[in-house]
Design a protein around this ligand. Sequence first.
Ligand SMILES: *[C@@H]1O[C@H](CO)[C@@H](O)[C@H](O)[C@H]1NC(C)=O
Ligand SMILES: *[C@@H]1O[C@H](CO)[C@@H](O)[C@H](O)[C@H]1NC(C)=O
Ligand SMILES: *[C@@H]1O[C@H](CO)[C@@H](O)[C@H](O)[C@H]1NC(C)=O
Ligand SMILES: *[C@@H]1O[C@H](CO)[C@@H](O)[C@H](O)[C@H]1NC(C)=O
Ligand SMILES: *[C@@H]1O[C@H](CO)[C@@H](O)[C@H](O)[C@H]1NC(C)=O
Ligand SMILES: *[C@@H]1O[C@H](CO)[C@@H](O)[C@H](O)[C@H]1NC(C)=O
Ligand SMILES: *[C@@H]1O[C@H](CO)[C@@H](O)[C@H](O)[C@H]1NC(C)=O
Ligand SMILES: *[C@@H]1O[C@H](CO)[C@@H](O)[C@H](O)[C@H]1NC(C)=O
Ligand SMILES: *[C@@H]1O[C@H](CO)[C@@H](O)[C@H](O)[C@H]1NC(C)=O
Ligand SMILES: *[C@@H]1O[C@H](CO)[C@@H](O)[C@H](O)[C@H]1NC(C)=O
Ligand SMILES: *[C@@H]1O[C@H](CO)[C@@H](O)[C@H](O)[C@H]1NC(C)=O
Ligand SMILES: *[C@@H]1O[C@H](CO)[C@@H](O)[C@H](O)[C@H]1NC(C)=O
Length: 838
Amino acid sequence: MRLLFPLIACLLLLLPRSLSYSYLPPLCHQEEKIALMQFKDSFIIKNMNSFWEYTEENHPEVASWRIDGNNTNCCVWDGVECNQDTGHVIALNLQSSCLYGSITSNSSLFRLHHLQNLTLVGNDFNHSQIPSEIGNLSSLIHLHLSNSNFLGQIPFEIQYLSKLSFLSVTQFSSDGYNYLYTTSLTSLVQNLTNLETLEFSGINISSIVPESLANLSSLKFLTLDGCGLYGRFPTRFFQLPHLQFLSVSYNKDLTGHLPEFDTNSPLEKLFLGSTNFSGNLPASIGNLNSLSFFTIDHCNFSGAIPNSFSNLTQLTWLDLSQNSFNDLSWLTRASSNDILPQFQILRLANLNLTKFPDILRNQSKLLTLNLEGNNLHGLIPKWMYNVSKESLQWLYLSNNFLTGIENFPAIIPWPNLLYIDFKNNMMHGSLPIPPPSLVYYFVSSNSLTGRISPFICNMSSPIVLDLSYNSLSGMIHPCFGNLSQSLLTLILRSNNFDGTIPKTWAKGCLLRMLDLRQNQLQGHLPRSLANCTELEYLHVGRNQINDTSPFWLGTLQQLKILVLHSNSFHGAIKSYETNCTFPNLRIIDLSHNHFSGNLPTGYFTQWDAMKSIGVKNLYYLSYSVYYSITIVIKGVELEYKKIQDGLTVIDFSCNRFKGDIPEILGNLKGLHVLNLSNNAFTGHIPSSFGNLTQLESLDLSQNKLFGEIPPKLTQLNFLSKFNVSHNCLTGPIPHGQQFGTFENTSFEDNRGLCGRPLSKICGDSDISTPPPSTSFEENQGPKFFFEFGWKVIVMGYGCGFVFGVVIGHIVTTRKQDWVIKIFGKKQRQTRIKVNGRK
Ligand SMILES: *[C@@H]1O[C@H](CO)[C@@H](O)[C@H](O)[C@H]1NC(C)=O
Ligand SMILES: *[C@@H]1O[C@H](CO)[C@@H](O)[C@H](O)[C@H]1NC(C)=O
Ligand SMILES: *[C@@H]1O[C@H](CO)[C@@H](O)[C@H](O)[C@H]1NC(C)=O
Ligand SMILES: *[C@@H]1O[C@H](CO)[C@@H](O)[C@H](O)[C@H]1NC(C)=O
Ligand SMILES: *[C@@H]1O[C@H](CO)[C@@H](O)[C@H](O)[C@H]1NC(C)=O
Ligand SMILES: *[C@@H]1O[C@H](CO)[C@@H](O)[C@H](O)[C@H]1NC(C)=O
Ligand SMILES: *[C@@H]1O[C@H](CO)[C@@H](O)[C@H](O)[C@H]1NC(C)=O
Ligand SMILES: *[C@@H]1O[C@H](CO)[C@@H](O)[C@H](O)[C@H]1NC(C)=O
Ligand SMILES: *[C@@H]1O[C@H](CO)[C@@H](O)[C@H](O)[C@H]1NC(C)=O
Ligand SMILES: *[C@@H]1O[C@H](CO)[C@@H](O)[C@H](O)[C@H]1NC(C)=O
Ligand SMILES: *[C@@H]1O[C@H](CO)[C@@H](O)[C@H](O)[C@H]1NC(C)=O
Ligand SMILES: *[C@@H]1O[C@H](CO)[C@@H](O)[C@H](O)[C@H]1NC(C)=O
């Protein structure tokens, strides 16, 4: 289905060319050609793939623009269109043209006075403002500036573009933040009476919906998703005579209800999800003959789902999830004679359905079926096998009480499934084997037992396999290694797998995440994992792996998180002969093993990622899978669900390391957590630790450290957990800043330590000035990794800190969900329809 896009794009590109055979192209005006070249030269042409996951293909049209050679007539340049008679440039279509840089107010663009169409969607204008000079392009009819990384206020000068019929400034940002805003939508557009399309999704408007907008009687397409709108949505909008497409979803505080609809309403697509719309669905909804998309998920609708839905023969996308209906009989009492819409996307999550709705019996065209979070018990009934057997691709059944599939078919009975989610059910027996087509398989948190059939490896190109939190057992079949030629994420944690880890990781392995924690795996860590050059996350904690230090993993350039805790790794950490540098490592946990020897100084010099400071994005792997983390502090295990990209941790606790703590650790300025407790370190606490300005937790307890606590440690303004107990330290405890907040237990059992908070008083000379009681609060900067988002999961653990990293699936945040819903890969074909309206 992804192929459709380029295909359409190609057809569109071919069209004007084939037509132009019958005409001589008009001749370009010299000054416009110069303006175009200057415009091009004011940008860098860069590949946008990393910028936005859902961007279109790149079309760097401008790259071919030339002043010399054969191609000097700008009217034949890609993306440029001239008037046939006058030769003036009237259209500039630079969609996804890889432009990077700012548009300044003196940009030569504003010398193209004859422009009627300006399309700059999908470029990266580097957080520059939309220049107010845009208002001088008074011939504009079509202005498309969406998803181009603009920032700031939308210029009011747009109101002078009185010919505009298409205005789109929609901005989706991956971090959910609204970068563009307007303080008055009314003044911007109320005089643009020719507007047919108005797209302002993702713009911070933060006001009520101005009633006067409903005077724009030509409107056909209106999108105001995620704009911070509140108050009552004027019902008049639903009655605009030409309105086909209305989308105001993701405005949590927007209230409203649906009016009575009459038969000549042109409405085709209504998106009201994640708003505060309420009331009943009127029976007259059955009058909307053209209605094809109707989504009201996460609203407050109540009452019955009207039977008149049956009359909506065009309806292909219906989302009623998460409302408060008390009569679901339209869904559950359909008989096989009823004429019903043939859905492609049907979402009925969180409706308290107690059985598979009978309406499904008539569905043969479903692509997506979502029944998550209902009250479904027992087996998936046999008749479900035939529901959209050939077409079904996305099946969501998580958070129910399902125990299995009736008659235990050898293979999950929909042959073209791409995605299936059985998480959090009560499935038991052996693992259902997916059809070869399956790409995403989630069955975590069930009660599956027994060995995994090797038939699972018939999947032709899986991407995510999550079988965690079951009771699966036996060896991990070597064929899993072969799956890694497409697999990005393999999660087998918290099962009963034993035997050795497969050695079959061949060249071309694409794995980014491998989580085998909490099983009974033995033997070595297979060296062939070095073939998985994309690996970012490797967790084998809590197994019985018996191996020497796996520092050959250092060749993995992408590795960010390495957790080996609670195994039988042993021996010294040797500086390996090859270039093993761990350049991207941010979290390393070797705790609770039998490592010994000195820490090699040379090692840490190359851990570049730990040297940088800064929080970036959340780790985001693929399909709503995030890394999460568990950490034990003072006997309490805490879970943090989404690790921020900046989090940096070293945990070497509970081993047999000895010798000095390398001074060079003080270079890893990004560190948030450093735990070297329960080892046999001797020597001083390095004063270079005073340079670890991000440090929030430092545990050096249970070693043989001597000397004083370096006073420089008082410079660590974020330090909230500190433990040097059970050592041989001497001298006064430093005063001031965070040190005023630590308790006795942080210092106990060091016979030579004195001063507060210990009761032992130092000699006169040791008592320095009283602690500056200042600025403790002030110094608690904005980014405490420790202080927010943690949730207690288990109480009671031994040995200092135990540090572990786990993976979690987080329900995507609402905003991401929205982006995926409207623009995501998973519904490409829908997107074509959404866009096809233009
Ligand atoms: C110009 O066009 C001629 C004939 O189409 C072609 O042979 C030549 O390579 C072109 N020159 C350049 C610089 O593109
Ligand atoms: C993008 O913006 C940043 C920050 O303002 C600036 O440093 C950088 O030079 C800009 N890049 C371009 C190509 O204009
Ligand atoms: C626009 O003005 C800036 C200075 O404000 C100047 O550096 C730049 O060259 C000018 N650009 C154009 C296209 O004239
Ligand atoms: C301008 O855009 C509109 C809408 O996409 C299109 O119908 C029209 O043909 C375009 N005009 C030119 C000159 O490209
Ligand atoms: C834009 O229009 C304003 C008046 O509306 C005028 O003062 C200004 O010179 C114009 N700018 C350009 C670049 O044409
Ligand atoms: C909008 O139209 C009204 C009435 O025609 C007029 O009074 C007002 O000045 C116009 N506003 C703008 C910004 O053109
Ligand atoms: C469906 O439409 C027909 C004719 O338009 C009408 O008679 C019937 O009552 C409608 N059914 C429902 C359930 O509204
Ligand atoms: C869900 O349905 C069950 C059985 O019909 C009922 O007992 C329960 O109260 C319902 N729960 C909610 C939240 O409506
Ligand atoms: C990497 O894979 C190749 C086969 O593709 C295998 O021969 C080789 O041993 C693997 N590398 C390691 C380090 O095992
Ligand atoms: C690890 O393996 C070595 C030899 O292979 C063995 O001597 C040792 O006892 C093993 N350690 C554990 C904890 O199993
Ligand atoms: C380390 O890398 C350098 C340059 O990348 C290379 O010249 C050298 O041979 C490598 N050393 C080893 C032992 O692989
Ligand atoms: C701390 O960092 C500063 C500057 O980065 C450096 O000059 C100094 O030597 C470092 N201190 C220690 C003790 O490493």
